[in-house]
Structures are given as C-alpha cells and as structure tokens.
Write a protein that binds this ligand. Sequence first.
Ligand SMILES: *[C@@H]1O[C@H](CO)[C@@H](O)[C@H](O)[C@H]1NC(C)=O
Length: 342
Amino acid sequence: MKFILATLPVLVAAHSAVWKVTFDGTTYPARDARMDPELGAKRAEWHFKNVQNFPWMAVRDVEDASITCGLDATPPDLSAKARAGANVTVQWSGIIRMHLGPVLTYLGRLPTPDTKPLDISFFKINEAGFDKARRKWANEDLIEHGTADTFQLPSDIKPGTYVLRTELLALHGNRMNYLPQDGYSGPQFYTHCFNVEILGNGNVEPAGVKFPGGYKRDEPGVKFNLYKSEKDWDGYIIPGPPKYAGKYEAPTGEPPKVEPKDTGLFPPAFQAKYEAYKAKEDEYAIASSNMVNGVDPTGKEMAKGSASIATYFQGRTKVQAALKEEYKNLLAEAKALGIAPK
Ligand SMILES: *[C@@H]1O[C@H](CO)[C@@H](O)[C@H](O)[C@H]1NC(C)=O
C-alpha cells in the first residue's frame, strides 16, 4: 500500500470526489474538476481550485480556510431544490478502504448569495464513525453501499437557501509517517459543498459552527491514531458538534419539479457524449481505487503485491493518449455549440 500511494500520485485524483447528489428524487451532477470548468458546465457544487494541481486533494489542517468548501471556493451556478425532510443521496467516487474514518454532512444557511464560506454557520445533519457491532468504519460502509451515502434533511428548519457540506475524514495518515519527507501525514479532509433551496414551513434556525473553527487540531476524533490497537476504535468520537436533534419527518406534498437544464445537464446530444467520455475517465478512477482495495478490474480479489496494478497502469498509457484526443474534440464541440466559453 505504501508503495502504491507513494509512486502513483495519479491515484490521489481518483478518489474521494463526489460524482452526483440526489436531492428529493432529482439528481444533480457534481463538479468534475478535470473538465467541467473548461466545458462550461453549470453545477450546484461550489467551485474550488485544485490543491497542488490535483483535483480533490485532501485538506490536512483544520485551521486551513480550504476546509470549508475547498481552496478559494466560489458560489455555484445552480441551486438544488428539496422539501424539508426529503432524502439526499451523495454518490462518492471510488473510496479507498485504507482511508479509514468518518463521513459527516452539515447544512448551513446562506443568508445572501455572496456570503463567504467562512461566514456560514453549519449544523450537522448526518454522521457515521466506527460501527462497533459490525466493526466497520464509515468509509468501508460507503464501499459496501456502492459509495452512496443516503440521509434525511431535517423537516423543521426554516426554508431558504442552504449549503450542504459533506465530508469524508481519512485518518490513515495520523502518526503513520509513511512519507515523512513530503509532509503527507496527518488527517485528510475531503469536503464538497452544494447549494440547496429547502422548501417548507419550518421555523427553526439551528445553532452551528464555522469552518475553520468547527474542529480543533487536538480533538480526539481528528488526531485519532488507528494503529495503537483496534480495540481503541470502539471509543472513536466523531468530531464536530452533535447532530442536530430536531425533527426528521417525511416530507409532505409533491417533490419539486426541476428542468434537466436546472440540474446542470447539457443539451441531450452533448450530454450523451460528455457521459461517454466521462465514463472512460472514471473507469480508470474506479479501477485505481478498486485495485488499491485489492480488487482487480475484472472484479476478482487480487493477490497481495502490486504487479497487476503496475501492468494496468502501463496498459493505460495508450488509452490515456486516445482519451486526450477525444477530450479535445469534446471541448471543440462545446465551444462550437456555445456551451463552453470560446
Ligand atoms: C428515504 O430513505 C429511506 C431509507 O433509504 C426510505 O425508507 C424512505 O422511504 C425514503 N423517503 C422518501 C420520502 O423517499
């Protein structure tokens, strides 16, 4: 494992992204940092810059301003819609099993569209840490559930526009020091923010925390050491405030009707090409994560060691070259159609 992560930095770009979120039955594509900005895609996910040129690179310090919604986050183009009390499903990309840790989601009211992420007050609406009975961490549960995380919005909160901030906290780097020279140790926060307009007639404005501020560097759930004894896992305390303890009742009435273009979908013909291209890119991402998790691209459990991983990556070089060409054509078409800025 150490060898793989040290020598194949491309893997960093392959995991812990969010691909799409379903709010109250309507699915919104997440922002694909590899191409969406250039293609002119409109997204409900907040924009952020790539850290060290890697899309979705983890934030490793709770005091880093990027922990809120990513590096230099700016508001999204779109806002999802959901009734208070509705279900939300966050579809993550490939999740790496060794990235043991909790998965948490917050909501924060957005008083004005230009409110800075640092000024948003977030309350927790969902959390999972270590499941004692099943001896599984939340990231392992994600893998078991097709990397999808489903939870409910509170039903009693005041309607309005909120930022949904979802987060995977990987603890494997804590005191592991497998690469002391590059400073890669410490917790890894993968956060993603989406705008959602919550409909209803609730009136509660739950108290919240700000990020940075919601976590402390030395709190147990952040500095947790996985490697002393697996018995310690039973006592894991999820960081941040307790989950909002208000009402979580099923929504009433009809779910909001949303036009495909208001979810971020391109016109159908171009959307189909985009998806075909993205599937090829993602196949690589998924295969990478799976192989790190010990499953080869055909779904078979792999023997220990990385020989087949190395072979796979060599084989991908040609595929990557072809994909680059395909992407050029896609971008040219997006420009010709007036979707992407010229
Ligand atoms: C929300 O999800 C739960 C569990 O996945 C399901 O039982 C419930 O019917 C869903 N509610 C709605 C309104 O779809």
